[in-house]
Design a protein around this ligand. Structure first.
Ligand SMILES: C[S@@+](CC[C@H](N)C(=O)[O-])C[C@H]1O[C@@H](n2cnc3c(N)ncnc32)[C@H](O)[C@@H]1O
Length: 309
């Protein structure tokens, strides 16, 4: 019998928002609680922690647009939405082989699949399944590529004992079919082409963070840079959303200028900036977690209390 489990991210993703959901929930706009046809847009969806959270909690959402620049990640979303059983089939194949191997053989198998993944000559399903396999067996679920765009994360010692979680894949499949979901792959700006009216449209923007310091935990999701210039461009994108009458919330690191001021508070000076704290891995070895300060910037005024959906 299939276990009933809640939809949630099917991968581990650097910068995932699982730890901040309570704080984000308290800052969602009023429209989520009062209107019946809200559109939720997440242009940097990653693992989709907030996406699955809002789909579980807010029946007011009638339309969803998600996007990410990572094509294998987006292929996973599409396959889970449209043909989850084919993904489960391929992942079960990995499980059948992997768990009978000893640790050295597991490691060799991991590098074999990583090599095949980087050749990029498999079909979309195989490529997405290898992405899923690597995410579950690599070091800390990291996604990092080198200058040739080759995935280069080493094998990790993981505590999991199964790669495929069919119940979770089916729960995600069900929720992604409950409302009208558009899944896009590419740079974040393209989501605008899919929206005609901005009234009751809420954007959650969670771009690659600007590092707090040069030693900050490094996240390179793709070969497209996301540095200061891109952060400023994203601010203009937020202005467009706001001018058209949409609502947005944006997350980023609470990085500081040389004189100690909050960089994002200054950049988004005409909006509302909230400082929140999150437990994150703080170094490149992924072995130290600490509370870091982050910002949530909104173009609407929040209630000062936390609401439960
Ligand atoms: C901080 S992560 C998002 C994490 C996500 N909120 C979660 O809960 O897992 C940032 C995401 O932006 C994506 N990305 C990077 N540059 C992008 C771009 N120019 N356009 C769209 N997505 C991009 C990365 O692939 C990554 O998934």
């Amino acid at each position: 019998m299939t276990k009933i489990i809640r939809a949630k991210p099917f991968i581990k993703w650097a910068g995932g928002k699982g730890a901040l959901l309570g704080q984000i929930n308290g800052m969602l706009p009023h429209v989520f609680f009062t209107n019946k046809d809200v559109t939720y847009v997440e242009p940097f969806v990653g693992g989709g922690a907030l996406l699955f959270y809002v789909l579980n909690h807010f029946p007011t959402i009638k339309r969803v647009i998600i996007n990410d620049i990572n094509e294998d990640l987006i292929a996973c979303y599409k396959i889970i939405k449209e043909e989850p059983k084919s993904l489960i089939g391929v992942l079960n194949g990995f499980d059948n082989i992997f768990w009978d191997l000893d640790q050295e053989e597991k490691k060799r198998y991991y590098y074999l699949i990583r090599g095949k993944y980087n050749q990029r000559n498999s079909n979309v399903l195989q490529q997405a399944a290898m992405f899923y396999f690597l995410n579950h067996t690599c070091f800390n679920g990291l996604y990092r590529v080198n200058s040739n765009s080759d995935f280069n994360v080493p094998f990790g010692k993981n505590s999991i004992n199964r790669i495929c979680n069919p119940d979770l894949i089916m729960a995600d499949h069900t929720i992604l079919n409950k409302v009208n979901v558009t899944i896009l792959c590419g740079s974040y700006q393209q989501v605008l082409r899919h929206i005609r009216k901005f009234n009751k449209v809420f954007f959650y923007l969670d771009p690659p963070y600007l590092p707090i310091s040069v030693t900050s935990y490094f996240k390179q999701y793709s070969n497209s840079p996301f540095e200061k210039e891109e952060q400023v461009e994203l601010k203009y994108f937020c202005d467009i959303i706001s001018n058209k009458g949409g609502l947005f919330m944006l997350s980023n690191s609470d990085c500081r200028t040389e004189d100690g001021a909050s960089y994002f508070e200054q950049l988004y000076s005409e909006y509302y900036c909230h400082h929140v704290s999150a437990k994150r891995f703080i170094n490149a070895h992924g072995d130290r977690r600490a509370s870091t300060s982050e910002v949530l910037i909104c173009n609407y005024k929040n209630k000062s209390f936390f609401r439960n959906p």
